[in-house]
Design a protein around this ligand. Sequence first.
Ligand code: ACO
Length: 380
Amino acid sequence: GRGSKLIGSGSAVPKHVISNDELSKFVETSDEWIRVRTGIQSRRVITGKTAISLNYRTRLLIFLFLTRANAIPHKVIITSASLRGVPFSRRGDETVTSLSVESARKALEMANVKPEDVDLILLCTSTPDDLFGSAPQVQKELGCTKALAFDLTAACSGFVLGLVTATRFIKGGGYENVLVIGADALSRYVNWTDRGTCILFGDASGALLLQAADDDQDSLLGFDLHSDGNGDKHLHVRLDSAEPKSGLQNGATNGHATLPSRANYTCLEMNGKEVFRFAVKCVPLVVEAALQEAGLTGNNLDWLLLHQANQRILDSVSERLNIPADKVISNLANYGNTSAASIPLALDEAVRSGQVQPGHIVGTAGFGAGLTWGSAIVRW
Ligand code: ACO
């Protein structure tokens, strides 16, 4: 049979940093609360060259001043985002696509593989720049002229699902080099006035490159994947049909036909306690199942690399799996929860810092909205 060998990694994060102290300027929270409850110290968010941290009131005053002063009002872009209380400017050139391209390019460089030799690009994202899929734009920007490219949506489990999907394509034949990219910008959907959620998330991208290899070279040693739609009520970004953004109102009629309205999405809504409970219950089980599939036990793992949601979740899961803290990879202090990007981002940092060495066995697990959860045991 054909195996899939991991041969490259890369990652990219936005330039703009938001510290806990900055967050506590516009929601009622504190650096201490966030550190103790989550382990997060700062996060990166997509903005642009002109990013400025001004609150809504300050922006409004500047806007009014400029209008009064007869400055040209259309030069001042007050985005709909800033009206929702987003504490930073959205103008700029960073996108899910641009971060994806940057991380993938680094993975190709590490592996010394040319863009035109890539056969497939899986973009694991729940926040594409284009609802029809952003993967083809990533393909174009990278110059992967012959690659098939499509999006895969599974929130924080997206990367593990994408990784396993990629290996199925390679196993089936016809695909030699496959890029799996995890990229998300949940900052676009976070309610920046809800302290229970806005403290948790950040934006990023990470990428791995897989190459067809002999079966005994296979990097995927075992996996186990699950979904349960019953849990959707605990974590979602839903279609919000109640508030059409523009265009026709709900139920508007044109002669005999009733025309639909333009869609809008709610902010990210989460029951933190339920998601926490779900994670600490299901993640140890799924890692154990994947280890069993691989014919291994927790003792064989060099590293445990869980989706970076909350340090308390990482601590609880590793304790239940009997894996010592010094084998648990964690970088969420710097980035928060970056959804589908968190696992490849942390793996790339660990590879480049020399923590993860060739031959090391890494137990990964993703978990989140859907609900979906899954584990893949991989050899670097
Ligand atoms: N600052 C200060 N106080 C806060 C904050 C905050 N940022 N957020 C909540 N509080 C308050 C609450 O209002 C509550 O006050 P009360 O007791 O007066 O009612 C108190 O702190 C405790 O709140 P809890 O929600 O019980 O706090 P908890 O310890 O459960 O921590 C948290 C909340 C951090 C959200 C936690 O539940 C968590 O991390 N859950 C998992 C979330 C997660 O990982 N989701 C992502 C999954 S991946 C994906 O697919 C997107």
